[in-house]
Design a protein around this ligand. Structure first.
Ligand code: RNT
Ligand code: ZN
Length: 410
């Protein structure tokens, strides 16, 4: 125990916070690490240009271009991130000697991820990939007016449920399977309801297959707009929340998917009142859904506070979702993941009962205490956590070393 930590522990004690308890809790919060930061969301199957209204910018050298490189990179990331982790896999990362259609994916194409997860004692999450593909027609998938297109993606999603079940069975941890479709229109549509009706029917069909709801949590992610899909998205917030409620699946909120002054941190409590579980994609939108690396910023902290103070650490599936190709990708990964955890620690180091009480009795004191807490010595507690977790405080040195020895030779 360092002196800095001892002092911090005392300071927090005076504020009514037990740092030891916070560290013990943090250790068991699992964060799902997105696999797609390592290769700019390219994947291994069709390797088509990224589509669906999302965009990766930058061409920093060292991108992983095959499974071996991606696993090597993720291994590095896991070694530099403390706490419990899961790996979040997209269907376009199927591994096979020959080309596999997305409506033909099977568990065997993802066995390498299971082996990797077992090696590292982590769980797995999954996502159908309904973008960057020739069967996306006019930016539409599950809501397309063309039956053949809808059927293709319905089959893809059904198979994705099977793969999710396989992940859960093999790892012994539930698998979160998130459905996000890019479907929408660049310009003003003439008929907003038909695509949504078709999306609903496609989802009904996908969810008609039997699956173990204790093993697979199907989530549905909404979005307000995408690049090239500015005027209308089929799966907007109202659709996805209503659908999740109607089918008893789990809503997923990505904090890049709302109007800029609309905050996900404010939505969490409302959803917790009506849902057993909710899911989050933690990202950082800069002026739009730009998917910048997550920082230790106000909204990330506020999201973490909402999870912690509502005692919902076991009800919220937390996953990262961002992609930056303008800097070292390993650093991008580690920085974002650590910041989610640091924000959770920040939340765990709040005297939440005291703050709640002040809200009802003394708003002046509430403001003063909330301000004081911003400069409380979280840094020393975080360092102590890293030490106990056996991960380097100075991850940048490790990243630079890895860049020199591995990434620069690609
Ligand atoms: C897109 C969504 C979606 C994707 C991933 C790759 O805006 O956020 O979650 O980022 O599926
Ligand atoms: Zn997302």
């Amino acid at each position: 125990m360092t002196n800095a930590y001892k002092l911090a522990k005392e300071t927090y004690l005076k504020l009514g916070v037990d740092t030891e308890k916070a560290l013990k809790t943090l250790k068991n919060v699992s964060i799902s690490c997105h696999c797609w930061q390592g290769d700019d969301v390219v994947g291994f199957d069709s390797k088509e240009a990224l589509s669906g209204g999302i965009q990766v910018t930058g061409n920093y050298p060292g991108r992983a271009t095959n499974p071996e490189q991606l696993f090597e990179d993720i291994e590095k990331v896991l070694s530099l991130v403390p706490g419990k982790k899961k790996l979040n896999v997209h269907a376009c990362y199927s591994i096979s000697d020959s080309y596999v259609e997305r409506n033909a994916i099977e568990p065997k194409h993802f066995k390498a991820f299971v082996d990797f997860a077992k090696k590292h004692g982590i769980g797995l999450d999954f996502n159908p990939t309904c973008f960057s593909h020739y069967m996306v027609k006019d930016n539409l998938t599950l809501s397309s007016p063309i039956k053949e297109v809808r059927d293709y993606w319905i089959e893809h999603c059904k198979r994705s449920i099977k793969i999710s079940e396989y992940f859960a069975e093999e790892t012994g941890e539930p698998c979160v399977m998130n459905i996000w479709i890019p479907d929408g229109y660049k310009d003003i549509p003439a008929d907003r309801i038909s695509p949504r009706r078709r999306f609903k029917e496609s989802l009904d069909e996908i969810l008609s297959i039997p699956y173990d709801k204790k093993k697979v949590y199907v989530t549905l992610e909404s979005k307000v707009f995408g690049i090239g899909l500015e005027s209308y998205t089929v799966g907007n917030a109202e659709f996805c929340l209503s659908y999740s409620d109607y089918k008893g699946i789990t809503p997923l909120l990505d904090n890049g998917h709302y109007h800029p002054t609309e905050m996900v941190s404010d939505k969490i409590s409302s959803l917790l009142l009506f849902n057993e579980k909710i899911a989050l994609h933690v990202t950082r939108p800069v002026r739009w859904d730009s998917d910048h690396v997550v920082l230790f910023d106000d909204e990330t902290k506020e999201i973490a506070k909402e999870i912690v103070r509502n005692d919902a650490l076991d009800r919220v599936f937390v996953a990262t979702d961002y992609f930056d190709a303008s800097i070292n990708r390993i650093s991008a990964w580690v920085t974002g993941l650590r910041n989610v955890q640091k924000a959770l620690l920040f939340a765990l180091l709040q005297p939440n009962d005291k703050l709640k009480e002040l809200q009802d009795t003394d708003l002046t004191s509430l403001m003063v205490l909330q301000e004081e807490l911003k400069t409380a010595p979280i840094g020393a507690v975080w360092e102590e956590y890293l030490k106990r977790e056996n991960v380097e405080q100075d991850y940048l040195a490790k990243v630079k070393e890895y860049e020199k020895e591995v990434l620069s030779k690609r």
